[in-house]
Design a protein around this ligand. Structure first.
Ligand SMILES: [Zn+2]
Length: 313
């Protein structure tokens, strides 16, 4: 009786070892969504940052470090975004920084940010814009780079990873086409964003970004920036100012007071979308809808404007 049980335990242990899946840990949620597409049916993926948290002001806990160390592959954006990891990653042999990879068309923050400072923060001018999960073209390049790494480390499942990548690219292309059409009517309407995170998305779809309150959300908007934005709002140059769920500064509400400018919200980290197959595309669609909602001037002028009564027809 005892012996039988012993063998049963041993068998269970061995079979679970044999079926132990390759494990990936990522940092921000949208990156986890991309990796979920790429590892479907082959590997497991976990996300380091809790839902709704920002990579800009995150602090690593000991349990987080253990999760990272236990992964077969740890994918992070890079020191330009996740400063909280830059001290530990040199000691990890499973760490894979996306901003260090060739094959991705990075944009760089341009000179001329008036709120820049030399405080050692990396999310400033001249450096890589690390928000690459917000651009469809870059997401495709990221997916290609990650797939190559997965195939290298887990060659037994190489064909499966390649098939997942092909499906990802196909879905991405069709979603991106739809997004382009949905944004076309509002793309010339000017707006301000809270932090300078959407450059990849904005360039892809030719949106009219007039400026941002801060380069990095852990830095307060500079006084000169606020004066300049207020002036542009007074000149009717913008139809919308976007806040973010992670950072809701009173400054945005106060700056639009007394103007016709709408306040919208953009969520760059998919806080409320559960990670599942297809969730990355839901995230991109949500972002497009958030832009369209606020930039749509028709919706803004639903209240009858002065002298413009609803005429027949
Ligand atoms: Zn950011």
């Amino acid at each position: 009786m005892m012996r039988k049980f012993y063998w049963l335990v041993l068998l269970t242990v061995f079979s679970s070892m044999a079926s132990a899946q390759f494990s990936v840990v990522t940092t921000v949620k949208p990156l986890n969504m991309i990796v979920t597409e790429l590892t479907q049916g082959v590997a497991q993926t976990h996300q380091l940052l809790p839902d709704g948290s920002s990579p800009h002001d995150f602090a690593l806990r000991p349990s987080d470090l253990q999760l990272v160390k236990d992964a077969d592959l740890f994918i992070w954006l890079g020191p330009e975004l996740e400063t909280f990891l830059s001290r530990i990653t040199p000691n990890l042999d499973n760490a894979f920084a996306l901003t260090a990879q060739p094959g991705i068309d990075f944009y760089h923050y341009e000179d001329g940010h008036d709120d820049h400072s030399h405080d050692g923060h990396n999310h400033g001018e001249g450096t890589i814009d690390p928000h690459i999960w917000l651009g469809p073209q870059q997401a495709q390049q990221v997916a290609t780079v990650i797939t190559a790494k997965l195939v290298e480390l887990d060659p037994a499942n190489g064909e499966h990873y390649q098939a997942n990548l092909a499906a990802f690219n196909q879905n991405l292309q069709s979603i991106s086409q739809q997004i382009e059409e949905s944004l076309a009517p509002v793309r010339t309407n000017g707006y301000f964003v809270f932090h300078d995170a959407y450059g990849y998305f904005e360039r892809e779809y030719g949106l009219n970004h007039l400026g941002h309150f801060t380069v990095s959300p852990d830095r307060r908007p500079g006084a000169k920036t606020l004066v300049a934005i207020k002036r542009q709002l007074a000149d009717d140059q913008a139809v919308c100012v976007f806040k973010e769920p992670q950072f809701e500064p009173a400054v945005i509400n106060s700056i639009v007071r007394g103007t016709e400018v709408k306040v919208g919200e953009l969520d760059p980290v998919a806080s409320t979308i559960p990670v599942s197959a297809g969730s990355y595309f839901v995230f991109l669609e949500q972002l497009a809808a958030q832009f369209t909602q606020c930039l749509d001037v028709q919706k803004q002028t639903q209240l009858p404007a002065e002298g413009e009564a609803h005429s027949a027809g």
